[in-house]
Design a binder for this molecule. Structure first.
Ligand SMILES: [Zn+2]
Length: 253
């Protein structure tokens, strides 16, 4: 069956072709240019609305906006919740938000900066512990105890990356670091410094902000967050120290 969509000008369902086109979107008063994919009517040549392509373009815009402002991605937000063994309702009770608000962020809405900061803070289990002790969560007592248990287990583990990354991805990184004869932290900082996340590895792409944040904390460079690349001397040092064999392996990541 031929894929057709509705063209207003032709007033009919028509075949279409896809083309790239530079488009400017505005999010919160900020202009963002993307290389958008749009559909054109094969009959009259007019640009026509294509729901799937439109969704992909919007996603692209949101990704750029998030990256610029160091905002959490829906994947990171969800992973944090899963790490603590909470459902969406419990997560909003913990944060003191409406359930819909939290739900929207997991489904792709861009968090405002106050909410983003809260989400950032609770990525660190120590902050949840503090919140449970001092704060006013709406979680019921049983759930609070369960959560505290889980957090104490997480805090027993030493490595920051292990705390913040999903287990399978963490294990994969660890294995590759050891294949390359490198410490995990050095390997991860090397990968993000070199933008290997732009290659086919989706997991790395999804978690690069999480990894970035760990090094920001480690280096206590919160204030230079947006210029992290220039300031991340660690990763660059490691490149210089790599054996040529190590380099080859990493390029094949
Ligand atoms: Zn047409």
């Amino acid at each position: 069956m031929v894929d057709t969509i509705y063209c207003e000008k032709c007033d009919d369902f028509v075949e279409y072709k896809q083309k790239s086109k530079e488009e400017t979107y505005t999010i919160k008063n900020e202009k963002i240019n993307i290389d958008a994919k749009v559909a054109y009517c094969k009959e009259c040549g007019k640009e026509i609305f294509h729901e799937e392509l439109d969704k992909k373009n919007q996603r692209k815009v949101f990704d750029i906006y998030r990256e610029r402002h160091n905002l959490l991605s829906p994947e990171e937000i969800k992973e944090t919740r899963i790490k603590y063994g909470l459902n969406q309702k419990e997560m909003s009770q913990l944060l003191g938000w409406g359930e819909i608000t939290y739900h929207r962020y997991e489904n792709g809405a861009v968090p405002d900066s106050a909410h983003n900061n809260q989400l950032l803070l609770i990525q660190d289990p120590k902050n949840i512990k503090y919140l449970l002790k001092k704060g006013n969560t709406k979680l019921d007592q049983n759930k609070e105890n369960e959560l505290l248990d889980k957090i104490n287990k997480l805090l027993d583990s030493k490595n920051k990356l292990e705390l913040h990354l999903p287990k399978t991805f963490y294990n994969e990184l660890k294995r590759k670091a050891s294949n390359n004869d490198m410490e995990l932290d050095d390997y991860a900082s090397f990968l993000i410094t070199q933008k290997y996340y732009n290659r086919e590895n989706m997991n790395l792409k999804n978690y690069k902000n999480t990894i970035k944040r760990q090094f920001l904390w480690k280096l206590q460079e919160q204030e230079t967050k947006n210029n992290w690349l220039e300031d991340l001397k660690e990763g660059q040092k490691n490149i210089a120290n790599l054996s040529s064999n190590g380099k080859k392996n990493i390029i094949n990541y």
